[in-house]
Design a protein around this ligand. Structure first.
Ligand code: 8YV
Length: 304
């Protein structure tokens, strides 16, 4: 039985690559493959699929994403061409929420700088400066989907006063503040978990950062597109906000060099879902979607 042809536009851990190569004839764009052979594309939340690649695959029927974000896919084009799209939600929710909380604690308590203070010998000369309390503070969560709800559950354990902003009110026990600027005014810690859509582009901007204020922290585990990064850099450089902890950036991994000297910024390499257990589960779920499609079975986690 000939193996179906798939185009791979993202890299995967060896265990996933071995399984993909065993089940499919995998192609890469740099191999200049015959794109008429391609029935499915395997990608990731970070990589997406360029619209021109979708258009160059006349027999494309499925895009399988290793990740939850599908902002890198032209869904309207896919709908027009009856191309199905799957992602890997749920299996990565907990890890993303864990990292958001970890980043909040790290920036508020300056954990990396405190490590350096102890490790460098500076502690022999001075105590580490006092930092910010987290427990009992006010949290604003922008986006109350799976990840936002997992973040809120964690923050409830810290006794935080939790409010959120979303397109509509959700059946959750937290204060609904629809306007992002009002949410920023409320929050000591503003945590962005919302999926990136045209409606959320630069939803965090100069106005919301001003509202967050000099005692406020921004934490972003969503997409860089949700933040006006230039406005954020201006706010950090002028101490208009207390700090920011970021897992995603414009033009990542080539992040803006203005971030490098900032002591009030915690920089993470887009690794919210990057634990062994979660990445194994993501790879399995992506492959389960691919094999369901080729077996003519219902998809496991369809987006469209
Ligand atoms: C990436 C992500 O998929 O889930 C998402 O949308 O951004 C990440 O989990 C992961 O980094 C693999 O590229």
């Amino acid at each position: 039985m000939p193996k179906p042809h798939i185009l791979q536009v993202a890299s995967y851990p060896a265990w996933d690559q071995t399984a993909l190569d065993a089940a499919y004839t995998t192609h890469r764009l740099e191999q200049n493959p015959d794109l008429s052979l391609i029935e499915a594309i395997a990608t990731s939340g970070g990589a997406g699929v360029a619209t021109e690649v979708i258009q160059a695959c006349p027999n494309l029927k499925l895009i399988a994403i290793y990740g939850v974000g599908y902002d890198g896919i032209d869904l309207s084009l896919c709908a027009e061409r009856n191309i199905q799209v799957t992602n890997t939600p749920d299996v990565l929710t907990g890890d993303c929420a864990d990292l958001a909380v970890g980043m909040m604690l790290a920036i508020a308590r300056q954990i990396p700088a405190a490590d350096h203070h102890a490790r460098s010998g500076a502690w022999t000369k001075a105590s580490f400066p006092l930092q910010r309390r987290v427990w009992g503070a006010k949290a604003g969560i922008l986006g109350m989907g799976r990840i936002g709800q997992d973040v809120a559950t964690r923050l409830a354990g810290f006794g935080m006063d939790i409010a959120y902003s979303a397109r509509s009110e959700k059946p959750v026990p937290y204060t609904y503040i629809p306007d992002p600027t009002d949410l920023a005014t409320h929050a000591d810690f503003l945590i962005v978990t919302a999926a990136a859509t045209p409606d959320t582009h630069h939803i965090i901007n100069a106005a919301t950062l001003k509202a967050l204020g000099p005692d406020g922290y921004l934490i972003n585990i969503s997409r860089a597109a949700n933040i006006d990064e230039n406005a954020l850099l201006n706010a950090l450089e002028s101490n208009q906000i207390a700090g920011a902890a970021l897992d995603v950036f414009d033009n990542e991994p080539q992040i803006n060099p203005r971030f490098a000297p900032l002591k009030n910024a915690l920089l993470q390499p887009h690794h919210a879902s990057a634990t062994l257990q979660t990445r194994r589960a993501m790879g399995q779920l992506m492959r389960d979607n691919l094999s369901a499609y080729f077996a003519g079975q219902p998809l496991i986690t369809p987006v469209i």
